[in-house]
Design a protein around this ligand. Structure first.
Ligand code: 3PG
Length: 209
C-alpha cells in the first residue's frame, strides 16, 4: 500500500470487496487474488465462523488492507481489532462501536440511511460513513439528497452495488469509495480456482478507475 493513512488508502482503492467467508482457509488465496486483480483491500464480514480466522490469516499481508464488516457491537469490534482488522464497518450505527473505535484511533464506517442516523454519526465526530443499503435506500438520488445538509460528510455506498451502477456513485465528490460483494461471491471460488476473482476485480478496477 502506498499511504499509511487508512481512510486515504480506502479512498485510493475506490472499491471495497465485501467478503463472506465459508472457509477460513480461503481468505489468503482470496485476498491474493484481489491484489493480483488490482484491488488490494477486503472487508471480511463477521457473519460466519470463519471470519475472524480469515482476518487473522490476512491482516499481516503487507500488500493488502483487511478490515472487518458486519460488526454489530463493541465485543465484536474488539475481537476484530485483536484479529488484526485495520478498519471496521457496520450495517448500522452502534454508538458503542463508534466511541470505542474513536477512542483507539480505529477507522470505522457505520451504515446510515436516514438523516437522523447521519446527524448522529456527524455529532459523534465521524466524517466518513457507509450508505447502506445504497440501492434499496434510494440510490444516487437519495444519497445526494440526504447528504446535502452535511457538506463535510463522505460516503461509502454499499448494498446493491454492481459493476454497472458503481460509476454513478464514484463520480460524486461526496463518495470516497463503494463496497460490494460481486467480485468475491463464494460461488466464484468454491472449486478452489481464484482466477475468476482476479478477473472480475481487474475488470472493476479497469472500468471504474
Ligand atoms: C452486504 O450486505 O453483504 C454488503 O452490503 C454487500 O452488499 P451486496 O452483496 O449487495 O454487494
Amino acid at each position: 500500500m502506498l499511504e499509511n493513512d487508512i481512510p486515504q488508502q480506502i479512498e485510493s482503492c475506490k472499491i471495497v470487496p465485501v467478503v463472506t467467508l465459508e472457509r477460513a482457509e480461503d481468505a489468503l488465496p482470496l485476498v491474493h487474488a484481489l491484489v493480483a486483480g488490482g484491488l488490494p483491500i477486503a472487508e471480511i464480514t463477521l457473519r460466519t465462523e470463519a471470519a475472524l480466522d480469515g482476518i487473522r490469516a490476512t491482516a499481516a499481508m503487507p500488500a493488502a488492507l483487511v478490515g472487518a464488516g458486519s460488526v454489530m457491537n463493541e465485543v465484536q469490534c474488539r475481537d476484530a481489532i485483536a484479529a488484526g482488522a485495520k478498519f471496521i464497518v457496520s450495517p448500522g450505527l452502534d454508538e458503542g462501536v463508534v466511541t470505542y473505535c474513536l477512542s483507539v484511533g480505529m477507522p470505522c464506517f457505520p451504515g446510515v440511511s436516514t438523516a437522523t442516523e447521519l446527524q448522529r454519526a456527524y455529532n459523534l465526530g465521524l466524517r466518513k460513513v457507509k450508505f447502506f443499503p445504497a440501492e434499496a435506500a434510494g440510490g444516487v438520488a437519495m444519497l445526494t439528497a440526504i447528504a446535502a445538509p452535511f457538506p463535510k460528510m463522505k460516503f461509502m455506498p454499499t448494498g446493491g452495488i454492481t459493476l454497472e451502477n458503481a460509476g454513478a456513485y464514484l463520480q460524486l465528490p461526496l463518495v470516497f469509495a463503494v463496497g460490494g460483494s460481486w467480485m468475491v461471491k463464494p460461488d466464484l471460488f468454491r472449486d478452489g480456482d481464484f482466477g475468476r476473482v482476479t478477473e472480475i476485480a481487474h475488470l472493476a478496477v479497469t472500468r471504474l478507475s
